[in-house]
Design a protein around this ligand. Sequence first.
Ligand code: IPE
Ligand code: IPE
Ligand code: MG
Length: 234
Amino acid sequence: MFFKKKQADVFVDERLSHIAFIMDGNGRWAKSRSLPRKIGHRQGALAFEKIVKECSRLGIKTVTVYAFSTENWKRPKEEIDAIMELLGNYIDRAKEEKGTKYVFLGDKSVLSKELREKMENLENESSNSENTLNIAFNYGGRAELVNAFNELLKEGKESIVEDDISSHLYTRASKDPDLIVRTANECRISNFLLWQCAYSEFYFTKVLWPDFDEKELHKAIESFYNRKRNYGGV
Ligand code: IPE
Ligand code: IPE
Ligand code: MG
């Protein structure tokens, strides 16, 4: 008799309630196969959906992904158009899924009306669930802070405390990430969650994002559980 091999499980508890991903390496994945960069993004989108499902299966409540930065507008129009199209197609599929709260982090105002409306509808129609998926799109950590400060100024604040800033960021509904994973052998933050990463653990891997699968996710999680978080204490 044959049994389907059970997926190796990894331990997760409330210490890892928020994991964030800098999904890097789609272009290199495509280049190494002599394919256009947009095919790398398409493959990256498949990896993203797989990883989000696995995080949910493991009971990780909040997942944040960096999908398009405020600096990514420097790329060729064809590549940008392909990324916009992938997001639109993803939203069409995601709206059928129940049980996840979708939040877009970033400035939607410069996106096409069609995409903006799709994003807003998904945010408004997705259930207020235990699971949150934050998609950072046209997101920059500095722009997010400037936006927060401007909102505070508009409210007439003369002095502020840390909580005022946290509660005016795009991530106001989520706690800070416990773990930030970056793929594709780059060890930098690239303007991601600058305020929120103050005490996050970082995991860097050479694996390119389209190749990042459940097994690689488990390695990142195991690495997280081998750390001791001091928060400045002893
Ligand atoms: C990350 O992959 C996806 C986005 C930034 C949109 P890249 O497109 O940056 O891939 P590389 O770094 O060129 O390999
Ligand atoms: C960071 O990747 C942005 C996203 C993953 C969306 P980049 O590929 O844009 O970062 P840099 O330019 O190499 O720092
Ligand atoms: Mg890159």
